[in-house]
Design a protein. Sequence first.
Length: 136
Amino acid sequence: MSIFTRVVADTNVLVSQLILPRSVPAQAMRKAELEGCLLFSEATMYELADVLARSKFDPYVTRENRKSFIQRFGQIAQLVPIIQLIRECRDPKDDKFLEAALNGSADVIITGDEDLLTMHPWRGVAVMSPSGYLTR
């Protein structure tokens, strides 16, 4: 029996999914897609597009595949409008993931970022590593 969850994925998890399709982050994202609803905000999508546009990924994934990945993610995930702003993470660049989680009524944030992981649980939202999400 699957459990429906609302999931925000950090950029590092999504990039790992694309670059290493057999990795633990990729497995976690497949599970999240099967069992629930993926969420993103304009800010989290912008960061994903910005990171994947970097030339350092050229040896691993073509620019066309990166563009297709972003488009597919935008089609399968739900856009969350940000009404309530958050300024709580020790790294202010990560507040956008908290905002997506709060405004999207997320159950979990999947991340490899220690600045977010140390906040678990945050306002009733589980903040988990990809491996933690897989084994929960």
